[in-house]
Design a protein around this ligand. Sequence first.
Ligand code: DC
Length: 207
Amino acid sequence: MSLIIAIDGPAAAGKGTLARRLAAHFALPYLDTGLLYRATARRVLDAGGNPADPAAAAAAARALSPEDTERTDLRVPQVDEAASQVASIPAVRAALLDFQRAFAATNGAVLDGRDIGTVIFPQAQAKLFVTASAEERGRRRWRELTARGVPADLATITAEIRTRDAADAARTAAPLRPADDAMTLDTSHLDADAAFARALELLAGKV
Ligand code: DC
């Protein structure tokens, strides 16, 4: 099997930055699987539908095109919430499964998400569970939003992150949890360079 590196963990733990750097380092394609759920949610919202409605959400997931994931309005609080809702619907997850597997089939890949090591690629050669305290993750998301000019309140953002993590972990369909063979990387006290260095150490025996 081609080389698969699975990066899972809660929101704003530093998965995306790390996954992108690992992909460049190992010359692998990179897929941010959260964008698939975000783009699905965006389609439902744009059509005036309810993201918690399984039929509407599954239809949006099946209709997804790669361009949908390139939209610039996917990382806004309204979509954070709606993406978490569509992600709890089994038919949505089923509709997005083949795309994720096909993405990595030919050349391998680094994929980040919530269930890459548990559901999408349980046989991945290397699995990292990237996490950080909710306070630190709230600060990171707040900085990211304010840097883009999106108005944000730190306490609200942190509370939303906690709520969303709880929903992602409590859902029955592919809940957020580390795979049994995942290596945990806590980035609470690591900047992006230090997290990357630590990830390379952890992956050294695997990749
Ligand atoms: O990583 P993110 O914040 O962009 O993810 C958006 C939502 O999608 C989040 O609520 C978790 C969900 N998600 C998921 O359930 N499974 C994945 N593989 C990736 C994201």
